[in-house]
Design a protein around this ligand. Structure first.
Ligand code: 5GP
Ligand code: MG
Length: 451
């Protein structure tokens, strides 16, 4: 049951002249927040694909400054919450003829055979068909029969790059240009940071085929209406704050989450303290709206490791203990309004509240910039099994008690949607309303997904 599901970053480069593979490596480095477990790149040369990948951060996998010149290549950073992570599961996944880099979850992949991961399913699907059918037909069939959220880039041995986004646009995917090259990236912030220009956000159900820096094909092949159900958690936590998803700024969404929180869920406190780094814009919005001063009284000590991704509870607690320091001079005798973007299992909050109490906090009022996470995700966010979610069967009051907070309040789903500023969001983990097209037995899905 303990299968790996991926929440990742994808990247592609296509150039008419040979460009340094370092551009792809830099691209995935800029997407490192989307996955810290494995990293890889692949390029096409003389009708063959070469892939280089390994476990760890981009800088650990690509230590040597090897400088290959390539026309067409893709890259991937992977994040999976299952314990056994192996280099075989690292992406781009495939062989010398076709490789896949994938972000999301194929909700029904287990119905098509016994695949170790949904990425393996995608690879197999294309591999079986690629020499028999036109690409367009293969992607169309794929979109017909699979369910879930997927932003995919595939590299073929002739150098073609196939990029597509699921018909609900669950996770982001953008296209940009850099000199005469084209770039595909999970987030547009990476394109901008490389010095490129963002051309557009790929639409739901859109397929692009790119080769040697030229767009060979680009159509919305599933539905012509833009039927989004974009993951609200991308805005709340996952994406970089300097990214823009489908025309909506992630940073501004977070500021407004904080403003709405202050408006609808005020607290009597002396200082507003964010849990760094993800909740900082939310806390800033809260502070500005409420007039309560912001204090950076929690200090993040290791920046690259996110505790959430550690495979066991022991490991998660261990990392959390090293993760934050407290400026006790600021906390002493204060009524603290503690802001985080989300609570999943509750480990982070429990630990921080304990630290703040021992630093002399007088009161601790927790305010969360998202609704209660009560349901599993089958579309790309790696939440644990439902029973491990602290909010799955508890009220705010009970959660507050378990965390030892003086008070705790979350946003409602409506308030969150209002704050993010777009209505066409997926809210499944909060509301239990899944934007899936086929009917499922939820118990069966839960059995197949979540740790
Ligand atoms: P908890 O400690 O409650 O299990 O996780 C909540 C904390 O982890 C929050 O501080 C939040 O910013 C962060 N978080 C929430 N979702 C994710 C996720 O999908 N991945 C990672 N790495 N961190 C997360
Ligand atoms: Mg956090």
């Amino acid at each position: 049951m303990d299968k790996a599901h991926d929440k990742c970053g994808v990247f592609a480069l296509s150039s008419p002249k040979r460009a340094s593979i370092q551009l792809i490596i830099e691209g995935i480095r800029l997407l490192q927040h989307r996955g810290q477990e494995s990293a890889g790149v692949a390029y096409a040369e003389n009708e063959r694909i070469v892939a280089i990948k390994g476990l760890g951060l981009v800088d650990e996998v690509f230590k040597e400054n090897f400088n290959k010149l390539v026309n067409n290549g893709i890259g991937h950073v992977r994040y999976s919450t299952t314990g056994a992570s192996s280099v075989e599961e690292a992406q781009p996944l495939g062989d010398s003829e076709i490789v896949v880099a994938f972000n999301g979850t194929i909700s029904n992949y287990y119905k098509f055979g016994s695949f170790k991961t949904d990425t393996e399913f995608i690879y197999d699907f294309f591999k079986q068909r690629i020499t028999h059918y036109p690409l367009l037909n293969i992607v169309k069939e794929f979109m017909e029969i699979v369910d879930g959220g997927y932003s995919v880039v595939i590299l073929l041995k002739d150098g073609k790059i196939v990029a597509f986004r699921d018909p609900k646009g669950l996770h982001p995917l953008t296209v940009g240009s850099l000199n005469d090259s084209l770039i595909v990236s999970s987030e547009d912030s990476a394109i901008k940071q490389l010095g490129g220009r963002v051309l557009k956000h790929i639409s739901p159900g859109e397929l692009m085929i790119i080769h040697d820096g030229k767009i060979m094909y680009d159509e919305m092949i599933y539905e012509r209406t833009r039927n989004y159900a974009t993951c609200s958690f991308e805005y709340i936590y996952f994406a970089r704050p300097d990214s823009n998803i489908d025309g909506y700024s992630v940073y501004l969404a977070r500021i407004r989450l904080g403003e709405v929180l202050a408006e609808k869920h005020p607290a009597k406190g002396d200082i507003v303290v964010p849990v760094p780094d993800s909740s900082r814009p939310i806390a800033l919005g809260f502070s500005r709206k409420s007039g309560v001063p912001l204090e950076e009284a929690l200090v993040r000590t290791i920046s690259s490791v996110r505790s959430f991704i550690m495979p066991t509870q022991d490991k998660r607690t261990e990392v959390l203990e090293e993760k934050f320091g407290v400026v006790s001079e600021v906390i002493m005798n204060k009524r603290v309004i503690l802001i985080d973007d989300s609570i999943v299992r509750g480990n982070t909050m429990k630990r921080i509240i304990k630290m703040l109490r021992s630093s002399g906090a007088k009161e601790i009022h927790v305010r969360i910039g998202s609704p209660m996470i009560k349901y599993a995700c089958f579309m790309g966010i790696d939440f644990p099994k439902r029973e491990e979610l602290i909010a799955y069967n508890k009220s705010e009051k009970e959660i507050g008690k378990e965390l030892d907070a003086d008070s705790i309040e979350y946003l409602t789903v409506e308030e969150m949607v209002q704050a993010i500023g777009r209505k066409d969001l997926c809210t499944a983990c909060f509301s239990g309303i899944y934007p899936l097209k086929f009917k499922y037995d939820i118990k069966e899905l839960e059995k197949n997904f979540g740790k």
